[in-house]
Design a protein around this ligand. Structure first.
Ligand SMILES: Nc1ncnc2c1ncn2[C@@H]1O[C@H](COP(=O)(O)OP(=O)(O)OP(=O)(O)O)[C@@H](O)[C@H]1O
Ligand SMILES: [Mg+2]
Length: 362
């Protein structure tokens, strides 16, 4: 193993500290990043997962992992951008070069202001480009073509086809033009594709007449009809074309990776331990008032279950559910009757199941 690389298990374990419940996707990301660090041709990934399933969290985790390792400097320059920005640039006719310019700026920030044009060029050629919200650059919406989306996909496609591009880089000696060979840049695109689920469900059930329900007997002898449809199992490239991803563009990705819907147990973990865990910020807030917040395990499970019931928000619903429970407590915890001294002389604010239930329904 080159000293400038990381093994897939090393990358996987590092990402897993930040990302809950997406092990299968993290394995694919880990292999793609490891190959990239070894200098292999890019195995670009296309991530699909519902809102709040962890797509942006994964992209951020990879970016921070690579940035934090000084051995990788110059081989792991990352830009993470929102596809909306590409659409905006496309609308102004300025899209060409914007991604490479950003990579060059990131490389310069990483290598220092003294970096030569040759070093910046090498860093750009070994760069990683993460395009979030890729579903916002559809080529059409319904029957109407979406011109900025088409142009934005084309501009990415040009880079992914590995052509040589002219790029102006800024060095201490002023601007210099270099020719950049883009075939080794790793692209990871991610998007929620909100309507894709219904679209594929309709194709599978109505058009193809496949069974998407299974009949499950209940204890009392009656039969319950449960939806057994899983997007990951039925998704085909043609569904993404129908959604507005141009075939030539999709063809530049080695794999389409679908993220899971987070379970209640996953949501509890995100609530307690995730990178922006709502619980951690509440603990810090009340500690500032000399109070030790304690949300009981039963209350946490309740919060996760309530969040899971909200359609298509994933972990994003945790903050909303918890916020509702805590709203009045944040204003006046002392007057709530929930503050109590502990045996070891601390003061606790306890939110148990009963409190969580009552306050979430106010
Ligand atoms: N799998 C996960 N592991 C850890 N935290 C997560 C996970 N999924 C979501 N979260 C948390 O939920 C919030 C939203 O997650 P994130 O931004 O990754 O969602 P997303 O999949 O990008 O959704 P969207 O499609 O709406 O952009 C963040 O605060 C994040 O910390
Ligand atoms: Mg996101």
């Amino acid at each position: 193993m080159s000293e400038r690389s990381l093994t897939p298990p090393e990358i996987f374990e590092a990402l897993r500290r930040r990302v809950v419940g997406q092990d299968a996707a993290l394995r694919e990301v880990a292999v793609a990043v490891s190959k990239h660090l070894l200098g292999h041709a890019a195995s670009n990934l296309f991530l699909i997962g519902g809102s709040g399933s962890g797509k942006t969290t994964i992209l951020r985790a990879v970016e921070e992992l690579l940035r934090a390792d000084p051995r990788l400097a110059g081989h792991a320059t990352v830009v993470r951008l929102n596809a909306n920005l590409l659409a905006e640039l496309a609308g102004r006719g300025q899209q060409s070069g914007a991604v490479l310019e950003r990579l060059a700026a990131a490389a310069r920030a990483q290598l220092g202001g003294q970096a030569s044009a040759a070093r910046i060029k090498a860093a750009v050629e070994h760069g990683l480009v993460f395009v979030d919200e890729i579903d916002k650059i559809r080529s059409h919406v319904g029957d109407r073509p979406n011109v900025t989306g088409i142009v934005a996909q084309e501009s990415l496609l040009t880079l992914m086809e590995g052509e040589t591009q002219r790029l102006q880089v800024h060095t201490v000696d002023g601007p210099e033009t270099v020719m950049v060979e883009t075939s080794r840049i790793l692209f990871v695109a991610a998007g929620a594709f909100d309507e894709l689920y219904d679209q594929v469900l309709e194709r599978v059930s109505k058009v193809e007449g496949q069974k998407v329900y299974k009949m499950v007997p209940r204890a009392d002898g009656s039969v319950q009809r449960l939806l057994s449809f899983k997007l990951a199992r039925h998704l085909q490239h043609a569904d993404l074309f129908a959604y507005g991803i141009v075939p030539q563009f999709l063809a530049r990705f080695s794999a389409v990776v679908t993220l899971r819907e987070l379970s209640t147990a996953d949501l509890v973990a995100v609530f307690k331990e995730g990178p922006d865990a709502p619980y951690a910020s509440a603990l810090a807030y009340f500690r500032g008032h000399d109070l030790d917040l304690r949300v009981t395990d039963e209350a946490m499970t309740y919060i996760a279950e309530q969040a899971a019931m909200q359609p298509r928000l994933g972990a994003r619903a945790l903050r909303e559910v918890f916020g509702r429970i805590m709203r009045d407590l944040e204003f006046d915890p002392w007057g709530s009757g929930l503050v109590q001294p502990t045996a070891d002389g601390r003061t606790e604010l306890v939110v148990d199941l009963e409190t969580a239930r009552a306050r979430s329904q106010r």
